[in-house]
Design a protein around this ligand. Sequence first.
Ligand code: AVJ
Length: 320
Amino acid sequence: MNAHNIQFHDLHPTRNEFLDDVLAGLSRQPASIPPKYFYDERGSKLFDLITRLPEYYPTRTETAILKANAQDIATHVGTGSLLVEPGGGSCEKVHILLEGLRPCVYVPMDISRDHLRLAAEELAIEYPWLEIHAACTDFTRHMSLPAALPEGKHVAFFPGSSIGNFDPGDAVEFLRAIAGLVGRGGYLLIGVDLKKDKAILEAAYDDSAGVTARFNLNLLVHINRELGADFVLDNWSHKALYDEQRGRIEMHLVSTTEQTVNVAGQTFRFAAGESIHTENSYKYSADEFIQLAEQAGFISDKVWLDANHLFSVQLFTVKS
Ligand code: AVJ
């Protein structure tokens, strides 16, 4: 079946940006690689598996909050908007909002091209009344909308606590870019994971089935394939820890032996126990996050929580 209510805009990052980021990251001390490169096709599939793990509470908790409050959210935001979702590659959570919000356009933006295309096509068939403009783009680099969108109040939807991947300073900058994107009168509906017990957090990022470990290690598979590197997977192990001081989960790939790795003609040495920092996932209290968003030019409109206060869904308007 072919849907006609969909357009695809390809703004995919070049192989050079990936290579530059990896070379720069591995040259740093300690080494690090941006988490956005987790999401090749297999990485996106592994992440979908993570969201269904018993230990990984964020997805199901956020989904429950959205479902329980979909009507309330629609009442606050109103209908007929232009709904933009940076990182919305699987077009999954937006289902919960579509019937209530009845936006005129939905713009999912994602770095993972095939994943985005498939999900957007399925959505287009399921919601024939909805115009979809899928944009394959690295929204952490280019925060711009595809050309030729209809007029309307802009609503940014940023679920999943993806904001947690940014250091707080970068998060403010990113939120400021979103404020610019939605403009005056616009909204931000964002999912924010909350601070909680260390054991719950660490289990969520080091599950007993080992899916998160595979997800982390897949970053090296992605680099080997796309950039012709020679990471030996057996020489790396997954580590996740909660730094209570900084309020963040850190994921690392730890070198299990002394080794060298070649990437595009450059050689990198790793001692046994040395690690590549692959992700931060910051946790906030609801109030801490409101303060952060205020620095970016937003005003808190409403906060929805689950009964156990594991996760928050927060609505903001742009300060005028
Ligand atoms: C997609 C960034 C929200 O930080 O929880 C899940 C990614 N990494 N398990 C998160 C992730 C390991 C996830 N975000």
